[in-house]
Design a protein around this ligand. Structure first.
Ligand code: PRX
Length: 650
């Protein structure tokens, strides 16, 4: 492990939050300092104090149990329920008839669910799950389009203590089967179709394929998104959502669950091997989600808050579902693509619903820039007061565009750094409490001990690159990799004893502001989503004509990273453009459209170390058209590099 990321960014602009924003902000600069100092001095007291604002059936005996690291426990002995906290708690007071979810489908259909209505649907669906034999602790796969039913399904699982595993609707049947099997899922919840750029995505068809290879799955619930779609309902296994809901009671008290009861598994790519089932539990996760949502988004009762992520990613879990609903916020939810039917769809939604807070990703922002200013400028965006960014480093020019064109120069930007594993935001401005700099996620939130260290674990001097680590456990941290405690230890806790390793490189500037520089391993970050190079390589290699493959990212203006594949073919197989297309389609089928290669290059051999490891670092230079300056002393056969370069020029 070496620190091989050097920062070339020299960004000195700074932006103070507008006076009006500061005056109304829940957390002032002084309050932020007070919270940070308190958390340093007495972390347990600090977290316990904030956990008091949640509903507990029974209060905890101990705030924290660190006796068996890295398997930490929070609010030990306490019992609570996430669905109760997101719903029932709000019914007694003024929020009962407040809009919980305002939804718009891609074709333009709309629905609004108040907290009362959402509660009713969740209770009924939870009873439906019970009727199908789903019990506390059972795993349930959710493979849904972005409709309120995805959130209803999640909350219904949480209500009865079933553990959900949401799989992004863009993933293939193969991916669904792998995850069903890893989790030992008992039930799959899906939809006939979802809409994407005017096309139907056939989710149920994919599930049918997946279930041929998912022996643990007993039933499948199918939500009807469209009329007249000819889905096949497998007798005895499949049941329509509306049929299940038609004769169940709406009385379903929330289970009293242990604070450490598993809430969900979410699969994320690792640098090597199969996807990791990141496991989050109940009390600590809920605290992280609710508190960070309140602080970072300065949430107010009258806000219309819109996080544009898909519920299939952690951002959707924490900042569409659990965080905002725990805070009784009004959540805007949109099903489809940002450029359907036109490139101004997002701005139309903001104008129509008077959205006040927008949380999106740099990859989307770069696409908006490409589509042109006329789209946002043609709409009234004056309702916006706060903007957020997540998923990858935001380049300063995209930040500036977001600030000026979308925010009209008046909205603070919260650039939020976190991971599937961290459960909730770790590094971010508190928008009324600090100035921001384009491209910096600023400082860790109060209570979060994130620092930049060298490979020995010592803090690095200002402006020097190092590894981003977290020195102290925090409530919403992942608890393990589902079914693989050893891999959990090896991946996150073996680089530095007792310290959480993020695998991101970062530097801190003279103000103590953190600039995250990206992954230090081989994971691709495509459109803000992490993909494992190894998974794409595996997909290529299982094509009958492919001998070997190495996959690297290369800079892509829109997606952050594009996927470039170096492929060696089996003996006697001729290289052709037709085969390139065939391989692109093959990867799409195996993993999903997200992993579609941008470039496939055929080569006679791959550059490898003497011990046989592919040197992706060298391939990255070639893919990006750069003259490689890195160390090549471990390279086995120099002529391979020369040939690859020649081919690039040709
Ligand atoms: O490399 C960092 C990048 O995304 C990784 C986490 O990816 P994932 O688990 O899919 O979660 C994405 C949504 C939280 C991180 O290790 N990343 C995420 N947010 C930022 C970021 N890099 C720089 N700045 C960010 N704001």
């Amino acid at each position: 492990m070496s620190v091989n990321i050097t920062s070339v960014l020299n960004e000195t602009r700074r932006f103070e939050p507008p006076a009006g924003f500061v005056a109304a902000a829940a957390i002032s600069a002084a309050e932020r300092d007070r919270l940070a100092a308190w958390a340093e001095k007495d972390p347990e007291g600090f977290w316990a104090h904030h956990a008091e604002s949640l509903h507990w059936f029974k209060k905890w005996d101990a705030v924290f149990d660190g006796s068996n690291p890295p398997f930490f426990k929070w609010f030990v002995g306490g019992t609570t329920n996430v669905s109760y906290n997101c719903l029932d708690r709000h019914l007694a007071g003024p929020h009962r008839n407040k809009a919980a979810i305002i939804w718009e489908g891609e074709p333009g259909d709309t629905r609004t669910l108040t907290y009362q209505q959402l509660h009713y649907q969740v209770c009924k669906f939870a009873n439906g799950l019970k009727q199908l034999g789903v019990a506390k602790g059972d795993r349930v796969t959710i493979y849904m389009p972005m409709t309120p039913e995805a959130v209803i399904a999640m909350l219904a699982c949480a209500r009865i203590g079933a553990v959900h595993s949401v799989i992004f609707g863009g993933f293939s049947a193969e991916a669904v089967a792998d995850r069903n099997n890893d989790a030992g899922a008992k039930l799959v919840i899906t939809s006939d179709i979802g809409w994407r750029r005017g096309n139907a995505v056939h989710l149920k068809q994919n599930v049918d394929e997946a279930l041929k290879k998912s022996p643990t799955v007993k039933n499948c619930v199918v939500f009807q998104r469209a009329r007249n779609t000819s889905v096949h309902m497998h007798p005895g296994r499949d049941v329509w959502w509306h049929d299940l809901m038609s004769d169940v009671s709406a009385d379903c008290p929330a289970e009293e669950l242990d604070s450490e009861h598993p809430l969900f598994i979410l699969y994320t790519s690792g640098s090597t091997g199969k996807p990791k089932g990141v496991l989050h539990t109940t009390g600590g996760y809920l605290l992280g989600a609710a508190l960070t949502h309140k602080w970072v988004f300065d949430i107010k009762d009258e806000d219309v808050y819109w996080c544009t992520a898909d519920v299939g990613w952690i951002t959707g879990h924490t900042y569409i579902a659990y965080g905002p609903l725990a805070n009784a916020a009004t959540v805007m939810m949109y099903e489809g693509a940002p450029n359907h039917p036109r490139e101004d769809r997002f701005w139309e939604i903001i104008e129509k619903y008077r959205v006040t807070i927008l949380y999106t990703a740099p990859t989307a922002i770069r696409a908006f820039i490409k589509w042109g200013d006329q789209h946002p400028k043609g709409r009234d965006l004056s309702s916006l007061r706060l903007l957020g960014s997540v998923g990858e480093p935001i380049n300063p020019e995209a930040w500036m565009w977001y600030h000026e064109v979308i925010g009209g120069g008046r909205c603070p930007i919260v650039d939020t750094w976190w991971q599937t594993e961290t459960g909730s935001i770790m590094i971010s401005p508190l928008p009324g409490a600090m100035f921001t700099k384009p491209g910096s996620a600023t400082k860790p939130l109060p209570g979060i001990a994130a620092v930049v260290v060298d490979k020995e674990g010592n803090p690095v001097p200002a402006n020097q690159g190092g590894f981003l680590v977290v020195k102290r456990p925090w409530p919403s941290m992942m608890r393990t990799i589902y079914g693989d405690d050893e891999r959990f230890k090896a991946t996150y806790w073996s680089n530095y004893p007792g310290i959480y390793f993020t695998a991101d490189g970062a530097r801190q500037d003279d103000d103590g502001y953190i600039w995250v520089m990206g992954r230090v391993d081989d994971v691709l970050n495509v459109s803000g989503h992490r993909l494992s190079t190894m998974e794409v390589e595996s997909a290529l290699v299982n094509h009958p004509k492919v001998a070997e493959a190495a996959v690297v990212g290369r800079p892509d203006e829109i997606k952050g990273e594009g996927i470039c594949c170096f492929v060696t073919l089996k003996q006697g197989v001729p290289a052709s453009d037709g085969l390139k297309d065939e391989l692109k389609k093959h990867v799409t089928k195996e993993i999903g459209a997200l992993a579609r290669p941008d470039d496939v290059r055929f080569t006679d051999a791959l550059p490898k170390t003497r011990s046989g490891k592919i040197m992706r670092r060298l391939l990255r230079d070639i893919a990006a058209g750069r003259e490689g300056k890195g160390d090549t002393t471990t390279l086995e056969d120099y002529s391979i590099l020369a040939k690859l370069r020649e081919q690039d020029e040709g």
